[in-house]
Ligand binder design. Sequence first.
Ligand SMILES: [Zn+2]
Length: 982
Amino acid sequence: MSISASAASASEPQQLAWDFDAAGPADAGAGPARAAVPTGAAALPPGTVEWIATLQPTDADAMRLRTLDMDLLDAERAARLWAKVAAWVESDQIAYYIDDAPVSSDAAYDARMRCLEALEAAFPALDTPQSPTHRVGGTFSNEFASVRHPSRMMSLDDVFSIEELRDWYDGVRRDLDWPEGRPLPMSCEVKIDGLALNLIYRNGVLEQGLTRGDGVTGEDITLNVRTIASIPRNLGGDAGDVPEFVEIRGEVFMRWDDFATLNAENEDAGRAPFANPRNAAAGSLRQKDPRITATRRLSFYAHGIGRLDWGAGHPAGTHDEVADQSQAYGLYAKWGVPVSPHNRTVDDFDGILAMIDYYGEHRGDIEHALDGIVVKVDDLALQRSLGATSRAPRWAVAYKYPPEEANTELLDITVQVGRTGRVTPVAILKPVHVAGSTVARTTLHNPFEVKRKGILIGDTVVVRKAGDVIPELVGPVLERRKGREGTLREFVMPERCPSCGAGLAPAKEGDKDIRCPNVERCPAQLTERIINLASRKAFDIEHLGEQSAIALTNPEENRPDSVEQYAPHLGGTRHEVVVEPGGEPEPYEPAPGLELPPVQTPVLDSEAGLFSLDVDRLRDVRVWREIPIIEVRESVGADGRRKRTRKRIGGTGLWYQTEAFWTAPAPAKRLAAGGTTDGRGDAAAGESAAAAGGDAAARTGAARPDAPAYPGYDVPADAVVVRTETKGSRSGETGAQPIIIRPMENTRKMLEEIDKARHADLWRVLVALSIRRLGPPTARLIANAFGSLEAIAHADAEALSQIDGIGPEIAESVVGWFAAAREPGDWRGEILEAWRAAGVGTTVETNDLPQTLEGLTVVVTGSLEGYSRDSAKEAILARGGKAAGSVSRKTDYVVVGANAGSKAAKAEQLGVPMLDEAGFVRLLETGRPDGDPADGPAGGSAEEADGDAAGGPAGGAVDGPDAGATEGTEHPDAADAADAAL
Ligand SMILES: [Zn+2]
């Protein structure tokens, strides 16, 4: 590979290819220094440049700062020392005040702080308002000051077709005069849809983090960058391979799983969800208050290198070389700087195409959103010789995948009421196929968004799959409006809740979101809460899904406004209107005298009634269904036979009612001649038998002394005879044929599951109560600590906050909920009372599992075959261990699965033992990764902040609060990818 970058004189900063406009060293502090390679601060005269350069963030070196005589320093060395110590102090402050996980001893922190104060006293120029010495008690705020990048941050040229990519590739070979057939190594990288970041490390210490800005100057977001766990504050690896100065470029992004968790938390807290991971990352990174950034799980992959200056302490030949892009990534890995696991180096154009094909097909499978493939000439010397245009380097290009967009009609905008009462407009679309799935509905977030997008009902609109999973309505196709202006209308946000009629209003002044305040009785909110309590993360009640929840809480959903849309007899028993190809249904005219059926009272008007449900109460529940239009195409097949193909082409806008939990009336079956009749017709006419009888019980039921009511007919024990019809038989006799109804099989199973839920573990009960901010992991912690619902109901915020992993916000939310429940007549109190009476919450948590992980902190990263994100975590918790979200020195083990990212790198950097899945299984069983239970390892830490403690449900983005608004868009691969890592 031609000229190595390290061939430059060691005392000059290396000018890398894309650093073409940097005039020279911008770092005033890094003056020339020619000395022997130092061997540690202890062996050097204090206050010298070499002494300063070798200082480490250790306790011993902190103590050395205490005894330093400031008179030994000149202004330049003082500035150099100040910069180094200030970075450490700032990291300590972040760790202490924001992450709540101190990394330095108090003595070391005090010594560094005192050193800064002494420096600022002796050299007043160093005493600026931004100095960490002025930051007391955790008052942090980003200044977002404009800072010049030491070397310019370029953006890349985009190409949108393989032809353009080929042109670029051929141009590169031509410019380099590259011989035909000779391999030209290219680094291919997945283009992350995130935010570019420039990290500046001086002597291995993170000094600054800058946004790209205009490429020449960026914004200083150092405080926020320090809260990103995967960005090391000190470069690791061999000290000889850590340069005096380096700019590391990369992308800050949010992984799919972290994005889903954040949006679930937002929903629980009643905040609007983010539209896509990029918006979430951008919003998090530009927070004035770094404490907010610290709560967002941001990730970082390095993808470029700016200025690299090895410095006097690292003469050529004494350190790792950086001759090409892939070597830079290798060095980053040694330093503990995360690099994308998807990078590939290829030798020819076919290799590039293979990369593009692979990730084009697996766009939804990786841990983050991607929008293309970046191709770079690997060799840095070749990069330099290719140079750059005024905007972009010639040696790199970004291939963008085709936009996944489609046009369709915006049929209507309705509103949807969420679990916490948030009312969101939802676009109803003519179903359209985008990026592998059909989109028929998509959320519009809030009325301002509808205005901002300028869409009118009736418009042709562009639908895009943002980040492949969540469909987004981009905006109207204005040309299509011509001549149809009269058919378009503006969306008006209703003033009253479409579900309960309560007046809608923002929760507080200035909120973009509008809410239904009727938390207690609003059917839509109750429906969502019932769906929540039946979900797998709560009571886990099978057969109680969205449709059943609607039938129980809001059976009049979709009730037509007038009898004109009520067609109870149209379309026969199949309830469908059949048309020929191209045909239209006949106009519908309701029969004279037809009236809408009476409005039903919901079976459930609160969660309180859940455990008193029985088959009888469900018998008359009916729900509204739309009559579909079915197109039937007749053709003659190759075998000469007529064939009929049926296709649902839309809805008629006409509605009928149908049974929700029982079968429609149907004649009882005749028993075969000579069949045993005794014990069969044992249901008295018009009466329901035992709730959970079922066929088996009926068929084998003992003969009853009284004669069967309907001889010759099979009337099961749980059936109800609604009437009889007179019917002649073959033998000429006439008899009364019973017309029966029965609970559906799923109804019976649902009731059995509800009955079982009375004995659910305490943490599931807590989740089922829909208390804001309380997800399964935190509910588990509280349940374990208190042991009974009674004890939790009377716990105060202080007692709850003392549980490791329970923050003040969750504690307040729980205390507030139970306090409200104690008010006389409060609906929450009614739920608790009814559930208690049913025996809920009295089950004592029994965990027979050996507590093999007592005192151990385990982090799982990447995807495991036998465990999902949640089940791995639960396996750890159930054995007394702590499942942490991020790797720190206090982590005992890191379990590394497939496609593990930065956490594995961090573990390597910190020397934390890493296990594969088999090791994890042994660890769970025995408490030791080698399976030898002889002694447990040294105890872990109870203090470590658990980044995941407040986590919501696992799962992909489709599990987010808006999943309900995105019909048919589930992307199983994306969900798997999101499941892959803790
Ligand atoms: Zn309402």
